[in-house]
Design a binder for this molecule. Structure first.
Ligand code: GLA
Length: 338
């Protein structure tokens, strides 16, 4: 196991953790992003399973959120507005009239401070000032990436705040388990969720849940990601053909989802203590030039999270982090082969 500082380009530090067993991850301080994640495929060949850019400086102009930590609040907030403790707040809007992934300059574009904790552990910290993107309170966030011996990457999140504020942290890695830039439609996916949060035309949940049974959204048993994504269902259209929905995880689910690359045999199991996961199939990708050229549907994301738009939906569990309390959460991406 080794943790190594690689370089600093335009103020962005890059680190590498290698577990000596075929898994390696590269992380940069801009957005605490995962820029490379190598795991062995079925033949033992090293395969980079995340989308990204070769040049760390390319992340300055990134609009896809490749590999980034998302905050303060991942996913959408209706009109960027909410009320808290008798005050109303207007956040930066950056997705039409709505707030997405922390606003105009979310955590994905903030420079974190990196500190190696061990030969397999990198800590990244960022202090989000009071009022940033319209949010109340100063938030101190810590993200620790740990690469395990058994080819699992764990992300541990911790945050505190000086005043009550909404918080919904996630990581926005885009995966292609075949290591190519072709459609992920043939990947086999299973998601441990019977419900998703229904959305309006702007992809905003307002409290209604949709039972996935018998719909194109049912991933309770493994199926090819692309089997049903061309359908006429209203929600598939709203998501631009494909998936971009918040799945509500079954109560007992520690195991969130399991996806297999149909060509590589690489199996990724996601474990988390969060209540939900955003399953997104790269419906906004349009030929982004990165390590490869990434077209529509060439990746999927499994963003573990709290309920989106929870600040405006009383029936959703609250996402407010209170002053004096500590938020902490863990998500693991474990890799194997089949
Ligand atoms: C999330 C959202 C998508 C899209 C991507 C980034 O997954 O739910 O609608 O905005 O991020 O492009």
């Amino acid at each position: 196991m080794t943790l190594q500082w690689i370089d600093n380009q335009k103020g962005i530090d890059r680190y590498r953790i290698d577990n000596g067993k075929g898994a390696m991850v590269e992380i940069i301080t801009l957005g605490a992003r995962i820029t490379k994640l190598i795991v062995p495929d079925r033949a033992g060949d090293p395969t980079d399973v995340v989308l990204g850019y070769d040049d760390p400086a390319a992340y300055f102009d990134d609009t896809t959120y490749f590999g980034a930590i998302i905050g303060r609040v991942g996913n959408r907030i209706d009109k960027g507005r909410f009320a808290l403790n008798g005050k109303t707040y207007a956040l930066a809007t950056n997705d039409g009239a709505n707030h997405l992934h922390g606003g105009k300059v979310g955590f994905d574009h903030r420079v974190f401070k990196a500190m190696p904790l061990d030969s397999n552990k990198l800590e990244l910290t960022y202090t989000s000032p009071d009022g940033e993107e319209g949010y109340p309170g100063e938030v101190k966030v810590t993200v620790v990436y740990t690469l395990e011996e058994d080819n699992a990457l764990t992300i541990a999140y911790r945050a505190t705040t000086s005043a009550d504020t909404p918080l919904n942290l996630t990581n926005h890695a885009y995966f292609n388990l075949n290591g190519d830039a072709l459609s992920v439609g043939g990947h086999i996916a299973q998601i441990n969720a019977d419900y998703l949060t229904d959305v309006d035309e702007g992809l905003i949940p307002h409290g209604e849940l949709l039972n996935v049974k018998g719909t194109p959204f049912d991933f309770t048993s493994p199926k090819p990601i692309g089997r049903d994504w061309d359908g006429d269902h209203r929600l598939l259209k709203i998501a631009r053909g494909g998936y971009d929905f918040n799945y509500v995880l079954s109560d007992s689910a520690k195991e969130v989802a399991c996806v297999t690359g149909d060509k590589s045999g690489i199996v990724m199991t996601v474990l988390s203590d969060r209540p939900c996961v955003q399953f997104y199939t790269g419906n906004f990708l349009d030929g982004v030039e990165g390590k490869q050229i990434y077209p529509y549907h060439s990746a999927f994301c499994l963003e573990t999270q709290g309920y989106p738009n929870a600040v405006n939906v009383p029936s959703f569990p609250s996402c407010i982090l209170k002053a004096g309390e500590t938020f902490s959460s863990t998500t693991t991406y474990r890799f194997g082969v089949k």
